[in-house]
Design a protein around this ligand. Structure first.
Ligand code: SAH
Length: 218
């Protein structure tokens, strides 16, 4: 069961987490504010209550994880989110990252390939606070052609290569943030679609994500 109460203790732990993430190099105050406002323990089973504000990834079932807060902050900072931007997220998982984006004013479209994880978020009352998030069950490799183009695309699973269909769903001047690599470690990359349609690729630090897998799992 996911907890629903936010105590002073949780708020205090969240403040400390913000300082930890800041000390590791995150400078975007809007990102830090969102990490400070969103109760991360809500997204984990109550068994994780004591550790929910440690800067670590945790299991969320089905062999998947909620990303480490530093990683969430790192990807979000690279995306340079502005209010009302349309953001496509691949890999809803716990929905924590989706809520961080929504807390920053983005219109979020998030896709999860595992039915159980998708269903879990349907019965998660806290998400009612964020009507700007739309949840989809499907294969993220296909994106959401009906809702494209997007200002930003965020991949929260390790992609062996940059998915071409998702580049197509990116607006001109849009950006994709994606961990690329098929081994146990991936390179964080940012792909920008320039005005002449060309792509600019930037490479950042190494991270370790669960793999982006093709097809849906029922
Ligand atoms: N953003 C999540 C992180 C979840 S881990 C969070 O904040 O908790 C990555 C998630 O990506 C897993 O839930 C996994 O099932 C999902 N995933 C992997 N491949 C996918 C694909 N092709 N389409 C959609 N989701 C995918």
């Amino acid at each position: 069961m996911r907890p629903i109460e936010d105590s002073y203790r949780h708020k205090g732990l969240r403040k400390k987490l913000v300082e930890t993430v800041r000390s590791k190099g995150i400078t975007d105050e809007k990102v830090l504010e969102a990490i400070g406002n969103v109760p991360r323990h809500f997204f984990l089973d109550s068994a994780f209550d004591e550790v929910a504000y440690e800067d670590r990834a945790f299991p969320i079932g089905e062999g998947q994880t909620i990303s480490q807060p530093y990683t969430v902050a790192y990807q979000t900072q690279l995306l340079e989110i502005k209010t009302f931007e349309k953001v496509l997220e691949i890999g809803t998982g716990s929905a924590y990252q989706a809520v961080i984006l929504a807390a920053m004013g983005a219109q979020v479209y998030t896709i999860e390939r595992q039915k159980k994880l998708f269903e879990q978020n349907k019965s998660f009352p806290f998400l009612k606070k964020y009507p700007s998030i739309k949840f989809f069950y499907g294969d993220g490799y296909e994106g959401l052609p009906t809702y494209a183009p997007f200002d930003k695309v965020l991949i929260t699973a390790a992609a062996p290569e940059i998915p071409e269909k998702l580049i197509q769903q990116l607006k001109v001047k849009g950006m994709m943030v994606i961990p690329v690599g098929s081994g146990s470690v991936q390179r964080m990359m940012r792909i920008s679609k320039l005005e002449n349609g060309a792509l600019k690729e930037e490479v950042f630090d190494n991270f370790s994500f669960v793999p982006m897998v093709e097809g849906k799992k029922g």
